[in-house]
Design a protein around this ligand. Structure first.
Ligand SMILES: NC(=O)c1ccc[n+]([C@@H]2O[C@H](COP(=O)([O-])OP(=O)(O)OC[C@H]3O[C@@H](n4cnc5c(N)ncnc54)[C@H](O)[C@@H]3O)[C@@H](O)[C@H]2O)c1
Length: 250
């Protein structure tokens, strides 16, 4: 039980990568707050965690709205305790050539990926500073480091999160708080189903992945547990790719 009684908030955890992260912490004895826009899916993840014998609550909030995030964090504090580990996972992407995007598309991608991350960090950081302990892990994308066509606005939003994470890491390292980014490669979740169809199916894409398969949500969750571990307390401001060798940036 590596995370026994640590309080963890995972955003966008009703399905996909966030769900796998929430379950991984539940398995390790953490007290897990499962956030999503969709209360029904968050509640079903909570039931899965409770069946493992760990404590969990569902917290519905739109992370793009600071007021909702602040209320969510208060609820987590009163029901589970002060948040020790924040996983900024919720994301949104518009798949279009940039020339075809609208300001509404920009607002959605930047709102969920970047502003959502800022809101959640803002709502927990003072408690983490006071507690002299914290782990913040942002689920980003290699699109934010290498740029992906059809995902230009999303690439920029994830690049913003990476830069923010590095800077925040330097501001809060002295308080025992680490901030790291995990850049996922294509990972099989409900959110990428239409993307996979659009690129001609999984088999076609796999050819570009040296490991010979696409990512599973659990691959990303394993990386999250690594950064969250006590043993990783000297690792901060870093971005690693979990993509089976697809992206090999230094
Ligand atoms: N799946 C991939 O291939 C891949 C690749 C690179 C990066 N990522 C990143 O991983 C993260 C998770 O992706 P996924 O594939 O599991 O996504 P997904 O679409 O399958 O699930 C995302 C979840 O986030 C929730 N959500 C969306 N907007 C929200 C908001 N404003 N407030 C609260 N919850 C909200 C959704 O309801 C959904 O349950 C995202 O940040 C994504 O950008 C995914």
């Amino acid at each position: 039980m590596r995370f026994k009684d640590r309080v963890v908030l995972v955003t966008g955890a009703g399905r996909g990568i966030g769900r796998a992260i929430a379950l991984a912490f539940g398995k390790e004895g953490a007290r897990v707050a499962v956030n999503d826009l969709n209360l029904e899916s968050a509640s079903s993840v909570v039931e899965e965690i409770k069946s493992m014998g760990s404590d969990a609550i569902a917290v519905q909030a739109d992370i793009t709205k600071l007021g909702e995030v602040e209320r969510m964090v208060e609820k987590v504090k009163s029901e589970l305790g002060s948040i020790n580990i924040l996983i900024n996972n919720a994301g949104y992407w518009t798949i279009k050539l940039f020339k075809d995007t609208s300001p509404e598309d920009w607002q959605k991608d930047i709102g969920v990926c970047y502003i959502g991350t800022l809101n959640c960090c803002k709502a927990v950081i003072n408690d983490m500073i006071e507690n002299r302990y914290g782990r913040i892990i942002n689920i980003v994308s290699d699109a934010g480091r290498i740029g992906e066509p059809f995902l230009a606005v999303y690439s920029g939003a994830k690049a913003a999160v990476i830069g923010f994470g590095k800077a925040l890491a330097k501001e809060v390292a002295r308080y025992g708080i680490t901030v790291n980014n995990i850049a996922a490669g294509v990972t099989k979740t409900p959110g990428v189903e239409s993307f996979l169809k659009g690129v001609g199916g999984e088999e076609k894409l796999i050819k570009a992945y040296p490991r010979g398969r696409l990512g599973e949500p659990e691959d990303i969750a394993n990386g999250v547990l690594f950064f969250a571990a006590d043993e990783s307390e000297y690792i901060t401001g870093q971005t690693i790719s979990i993509s089976g060798g697809y992206t090999t940036l230094g």
